[in-house]
Write a protein that binds this ligand. Sequence first.
Ligand code: DQA
Length: 141
Amino acid sequence: MKIAIINGPNLNLLGKREPGIYGNESFDSCLEKLKVNFSSVEFVYFQSNVEGELVNAIQQYGFSVDGIVINPAAYTHTSIAIGDAIAAVKASVVEVHISNLHSREEFRKHSYVSAVVNGSIIGLGLMGYELAVRWLIDQTR
Ligand code: DQA
């Protein structure tokens, strides 16, 4: 089983970025744990700060992997293009947000992604990625 994890802008700074909101763990560390805990899964990881590169990655992986876990970060709230790309591909897609968008600023409450994904995991920290992977694995059983 192959799963692509796609992270949007500023998520390369996890561990250093606003630790009170996003915690102290880097994404590299989170990814290592996922690889250990789900050793039968082949993971592809892509992070970009550029909207079009995220669209390209969704198109590139969306027809070849079994599932995508995506955190579009700030583009969640602005990008029709990322929503359209998710709607266009074949893979199951889970949206993850580390922080609870609904307890933050008003502009974070709207997602252009939520309506086109299979489901969303919001506010459970980096564990959200693990839960998303578990769900995707369960779908292939
Ligand atoms: C985020 C929430 C977004 O509003 C924010 O712009 C991010 C990260 C999260 O994972 O909580 O960069 O997607």
